[in-house]
Design a protein around this ligand. Structure first.
Ligand code: 26Q
Length: 834
């Protein structure tokens, strides 16, 4: 009876309408006849979820039966964006739902638009994690994600009338989240504070007790693969009080005290920290608690699953690989040591050899101020047992015995090297260097683009390369999922590609090198016309979006020039805005006749600044106020428009990227580890204006240097230039008169706000750490080359086609297979139907 009663969900249009109406009546408890767009979205989501669940169950059952080695991706951020469209695409049900909702009187676009983004991330690192989940499932790889279920994602950005960024909470769960399954039965206790007492039995074991105990509760998010049965799991933890509240205090009449501990438990997963890269010198205890809460719950869950296999602990590395997404989950290393030693009674050396074969660490930055460090006294207070273990690793670690014989043999008397490599940085207070802990506790380490991985090996981790050998330190160039970043966000281009290649999209979306088949069509005038027309319609789609959301009218006959990313000095939005001002003055100085020869340009910015990052916020204010002046100037407004689009998000990126003619990735050489939006723009036929940095370099290698616009100094020059700034400064007027003029005009209040921009301008006038004065002239020259290239429309479209055609390498499928084969040693698993 069970077998016969099993629902099959192969849906045709009628199944879709039936299942939606059923969900309106049952899941939503509403009347089918007066459903609005939101209700229809919720019904469609519940209906699609039914299909996901069946695949999800089959997948988990297959994994349990086959017991393959699995990989776990630990990331504090998963920037998923919207789910419904991706779920329908991956299930192969897009057409059925499009027709189904139409029959019910709705349009699929309106319905998809109802969904709120899941914005549990800051930027590149979080979105990378989301792309890797999509690719893992699509490649049938047994990979689970582990993260936190923040009640509030990245803040909503508002722009005040004066042009300042204001932050508002992102209550993304307010409308219910149909994509998560609460697992009331999957919980773990996580301890904080208390005291750790070593046992005097020579084993190094200790007992950790007392303090605060908090409950971690699992929520599961289904991750469907494209064109596969595989539906993997993203497990997010929510913190809860272990008991509702403390009965003793409650009975003693201390009601506030009673709820306080429950509040402090709930606080752990309440909000995503909104600072990427910026100084966390003021170590925030709550952030440390987030990191431990998440790694402890995830490890407990992973170990419970492993133990169900009935294998001895020393086989853990044969069944489990754990990827650390940056240093944020590094506490997993001492936590696994604690479990193996204190709870599993393993000897130190044995435990350490297991640990160092389970973990893999990805580095995402070489900026010294962005390397994570935690004050020793804080770790001692919050995690007393882990601090002991970190000290023990420092003195006994066999792999890299910093303090004992093997180090001394190799580097006799080299105290400087010892201090440089130590897990503990001396100072007031002492601090634990999380990157060093991640390196020595991992099987392998990788950077995220060739240049970045080289810099990791030759700068921040050079001593470790010398000591442990270079083969531990690799590279996996980042990638992006072509499902979301081409097929979903640019359906017309996707259709044209399928038609031209004479391939179903299910083929080339899984083998992106197939795009090379477009190359010959660059010479085909009819094809170019179709290609250009799609770009034009994507510009109109963006203009419509801006019109309806901001009430602004954008001209669509212009070149669309886009820079969208977190606002940071190293990414140099300042260089871009000062370049825009330069263009504005140049236009002002032209005669009306001359101006008519200029191709109009619309410049878009979007991005959030960390709430405490004063200079980044000033940059936003400058952009907004320059826009106000420029867009209102009758002399120039037909040739130059400027927009700052508030509240950048995955969904906004999906509208902006396909509309771009040129996008800017202009970080100071050597500072942007990879960048991933550069890949997204190029995949959508936008050209790249950038510095010789991160993945820009590999994009240029693929598409050919003639198809990108490069400028600026190269990485090896940067250190020397900074030295010159400090010890042989040249006044800007002399070094870069064009830039000096622009800065002086801003300073003089041409864009209002007399005086407020001085701190921003001073960063350039003074140390100019990010080398604007060195790169400005070549930047302006590159912009002029872009202008000139754009005048030859045919040639421009050819470049655009060639760019898309050569983006195969940047599929996240390629990247995830590299991790699977060269790092985790896991294999695809074919899912069996129940
Ligand atoms: C750390 C400690 C305390 C608080 C916050 C943080 C924190 C949070 C987020 C530190 C860094 C981040 C995010 C970093 C990030 O997004 N890096 C980007 O990663 C991309 C994927 O590899 C690269 O393409 C980008 O170049 C890199 O900047």
């Amino acid at each position: 009876v069970w077998k016969e009663s099993m629902r099959t969900l192969d849906k045709d249009v009628n199944d879709v309408t039936k299942s939606m109406v059923t969900h309106v009546q049952t899941s939503l408890a509403r009347q089918p006849y007066n459903i609005d767009n939101l209700g229809a979205y919720q019904a469609a989501a519940h209906s699609a979820r039914d299909n996901l669940l069946i695949n999800w169950n089959d997948t988990q059952m297959t994994y349990t039966r086959k017991a393959p080695k699995r990989a776990y991706y630990l990331s504090l951020e998963f920037l998923m964006g919207r789910t419904l469209d991706n779920a329908l695409l991956n299930l192969g049900l897009k057409d059925q739902y499009k027709d189904g909702v139409k029959k019910l009187g709705f349009s699929i676009e309106d319905i998809l638009d109802q969904e709120r983004d899941a914005a549990l991330g800051n930027g590149g690192l979080g979105r990378l994690a989301a792309c890797y989940l999509d690719s893992s499932a699509s490649q049938e790889l047994p990979v689970w994600g582990y993260g936190l279920r923040y009640k509030y994602g990245i803040f909503q950005q508002l722009i005040s009338p004066a042009g300042d960024q204001l932050e508002a909470p992102d209550p993304w769960l307010d409308n219910q989240n149909p994509w998560e399954l609460p697992r009331l039965d999957v919980t773990y206790e996580v301890r904080f504070y208390g005291h750790a007492d070593r046992l005097d039995d020579g084993t190094g074991r200790a007992i950790w007790q007392g303090g605060q105990e908090v409950l971690a509760q699992a929520y599961d998010v289904m991750i469907p693969g494209y064109g596969t049965q595989t539906t993997n799991n993203l497990r997010l933890w929510e913190s809860k009080p272990k008991r509702g509240f403390d009965l003793n205090s409650f009975n003693a009449g201390n009601y506030e005290g009673a709820v306080e501990s429950s509040n402090s438990a709930a606080a752990i997963t309440s909000v995503l920290y909104p600072n990427d890269h910026t100084n966390f010198t003021v170590g925030k205890e709550l952030r440390l608690k987030q990191q431990y809460f998440w790694t402890a719950a995830s490890l407990a869950d992973i170990l419970r699953r492993f133990k169900n296999l009935g294998k001895p602990m020393n086989e853990l590395p044969d069944y489990v690989a754990i990827q650390l997404n940056d240093t944020h989950p590094t506490l997993a290393i001492p936590e696994l040591m604690r479990i193996l030693i204190d709870e599993e009674d393993l000897r130190w050396d044995h435990a350490w050899s297991i640990v160092t074969n389970v973990f893999f660490y990805t580095n995402h930055t070489v900026l010294p101020e962005a390397l994570e460090k935690w004050p020793v006294p804080m770790i001692e207070h919050v995690l007393p047992r882990h601090m002991q273990i970190i000290y023990d690793i420092r003195t006994t670690d066999d792999a890299i015995s910093l303090a004992d014989s093997s180090f001394k043999k190799k580097y006799p008397g080299d105290r400087d090297r010892l201090a440089r490599m130590s897990l503990i940085e001396e100072g007031m207070p002492k601090q634990v260097r999380m990157a060093h802990l991640a390196v020595i506790g991992s099987r392998k380490v990788n950077g995220v683009a060739e240049l970045h991985s080289d810099l990791v090996r030759t700068t921040i981790l050079k001593d470790f390369v010398d000591f442990e050998g270079v083969s531990k330190f690799g590279n996996v160039t980042n990638g992006i999922t072509p499902r979301r970043w081409l097929d979903q966000c640019n359906p017309e281009l996707s259709a044209l590609i399928s038609k031209t290649l004479k391939l179903d999209k299910s083929v080339w979306l899984k083998d992106l090198f197939k795009l090379e088949g477009l190359l010959p069509f660059a010479e085909d005038a009819a094809f170019r016309k179709e290609w250009a027309a799609i770009k034009q319609r994507n510009k109109e789609r963006l203009a419509n979006y801006v019109q309806t959301t901001l009430g602004l009218t954008i001209r669509t006959d212009a070149m669309f020039d886009v820079q969208i990313k977190r606002i940071h000095e190293y990414k140099r939005q300042t260089l871009n805005i000062l370049g825009v001002i330069h263009r504005y003055f140049t236009l002002k100085n032209m005669s009306a006749v001359e101006r008519k020869k200029v191709n109009p340009r619309v410049v878009f910015f979007a991005g959030k600044a960390a709430p405490a990052y004063f200079i980044a916020k000033l940059t936003i204010r400058l952009i907004v106020n320059v826009a106000r002046v420029i867009n209102a100037d009758p002399d120039t407004k037909d040739y130059l428009q400027l927009y700052f689009l508030p509240d950048y998000s995955v969904s906004l990126a999906e509208v902006l990227i396909p509309a771009s003619d040129i996008s800017q990735h202009i970080s100071t050489a050597g500072t942007e580890a990879s960048g991933t939006s550069n890949m997204k723009f190029c995949l959508n036929g936008g050209l790249l204006l950038g510095t010789v940095d991160g993945a820009n370099i590999e994009i240029a290698e693929e598409v050919g240097e003639s198809n990108v616009f490069f400028f600026g100094h190269l990485t090896p020059a940067v250190e020397d230039l900074r030295y010159q700034h400090l010890y042989h400064p040249v006044p800007i007027e002399q070094k870069c008169p064009a830039l000096a003029h622009v800065i002086n005009q801003v300073s003089a209040g041409v864009f209002g706000d007399g005086g407020v921009y001085e701190p921003l301008l001073n960063t350039i006038r003074q140390s100019d750490y990010y080398l604007l004065t060195d790169d400005f002239d070549s930047y302006i020259a590159a912009l002029a080359m872009v202008d000139e290239a754009y005048l030859d429309k045919d040639e421009w479209v050819k470049k655009s086609i060639r760019t898309t055609a050569k983006m195969g390498k940047f599929s996240s499928d390629r990247a995830i297979v590299e991790y699977a084969e060269s790092y985790w040693n896991i294999e695809p698993v074919t899912i069996q139907k129940s």
